[in-house]
Design a protein around this ligand. Structure first.
Ligand code: OGA
Ligand code: NI
Length: 359
């Protein structure tokens, strides 16, 4: 591979991890707009609900409880954490951390070739929007379903391909089960949402947030909602993820071994707003890097999704228009998080974060 190819995504690609090694102050283009929304942490009753999946040994009563808890968390918070889900989360975190700890030259062999979410690779910037603030985050993006191009995945650490492939399989299985609970939670047949998505389009995005000399001035990820269907997320032990709830940022406490799950835009659309794809952001730390592994499940780019006709009636008018997923992704990559306006029927309605008090 020639040098030209390595930097094909943009000559300006400098991993934040490299920047953070020498800087005492953050460069101007990384400074995020001021945000006066209060932050809440450790307040009883004010945290993302935790659902015990009991390793799926669920009695009929427990099954009912899980459906109820997941449905109410998804409509009130858009987020919940699951425990006793039966997935090994330590190996994927280990191999991913080992990848980011490799020398820069080794990682740059895998530099992503384009912005957005169409090719595997290492990068630092996803949106190409002219006014986008740079994020204090490097990433590795893997396309995991329908096709895995293992040749383009890291050859080091040696177990990387096998472990991340296994995580993709485990996440596909868990996603199907969660989609089943979510379907039942709005009174639809268990396989409803899974069928509507069709062939799974799944990706795994590992986010690496280096320590930052001025952590309060930057964001690891700006306020956004996820544009796919359902997101599964592994946090390491370090807090950073915050969810918008009643005009307050609420910290999603890392629970060892738990998986954080959030409704993404396509499920908000398909459920005609019964489930909410909620705004969240990521803060960074002064001294320690933080890493998360986020996996999104959606439909193929050329599929169109629409609100479930069963969920539209006089009391619940249709709020969203059918969208072709590929067009929607393009809109969000081009415009940043404001691209969400594309799926509303009422063009005057604004995504929640556009209403956030700033300054
Ligand atoms: C994301 C995201 C949260 C985190 O990747 O879309 O919101 O904790 N990540 O890294
Ligand atoms: Ni997100």
């Amino acid at each position: 591979m020639t040098k030209g190819e390595i930097f094909a995504m943009g000559a300006e690609f400098v991993p934040v991890q490299e920047l953070s090694k020498s800087l005492k102050a953050v460069p101007k283009n990384y400074i995020a707009p001021e945000d006066k929304v209060p932050v809440v942490t450790h307040e009883p009753g004010k945290s993302v609900p935790v659902v015990d999946l009991c390793d799926f040994n669920l009695s009929p009563e427990q099954h009912e409880r899980v459906v109820r808890e997941i449905a109410s968390a998804s409509s009130e918070w858009g987020f919940f954490q699951v425990i006793n889900h039966g997935i090994d989360v330590t190996k994927p975190q280990k191999v991913s951390r080992e990848f980011f700890e490799l020398p820069k030259e080794e990682k740059l062999k895998y530099a992503a070739k384009e912005y957005g979410f169409k090719s595997d690779g290492y990068g630092s910037k996803i949106s190409n929007a002219a006014d986008a603030v740079q994020l204090w985050r490097d990433y590795f993006f893997l396309c995991t379903s329908p096709k895995r191009n293992l040749d383009s995945w890291p050859a080091q650490p040696l177990q990387y391909k096998e472990v991340m492939s296994g995580l993709s399989d485990d996440f596909l299985m868990l996603t199907r089960k969660i989609l089943g609970f979510l379907s039942e939670g709005v009174g639809l047949p268990t396989d409803y949402f899974e069928k509507r998505f069709g062939v799974p389009n799944q990706s795994i995005l590992t986010n690496y947030y280096p320590g930052c000399p001025e952590p309060d001035k930057v964001l690891g990820i700006e306020p956004h909602s996820d544009f796919g269907g359902l997101t599964l997320l592994l946090q390491d032990g370090i807090p950073g993820l915050q969810v918008l709830q009643n005009n307050t940022w609420v910290v999603v406490e890392p629970i060892p071994g738990a998986i954080t799950i959030n409704i993404s835009d396509l499920l908000e659309l398909m459920s005609n707003g019964r489930y909410q794809s909620v705004i969240h952001r990521v803060k960074v730390n002064a001294s320690r890097p933080r890493m998360s592994i986020a996996s999104n499940y959606s439909c193929l780019f050329d599929s169109t999704v629409a609100p479930a006709p069963e969920l539209i009636d006089e009391d619940h008018p249709q709020l969203y228009k059918p969208v072709k997923f590929g067009d929607y992704v393009q809109e969000v990559v081009k415009k940043g998080p404001t691209g969400k306006a594309y799926m509303f029927i009422n063009h005057d309605s604004k995504p929640e974060y556009m209403l956030l008090p700033k300054h």
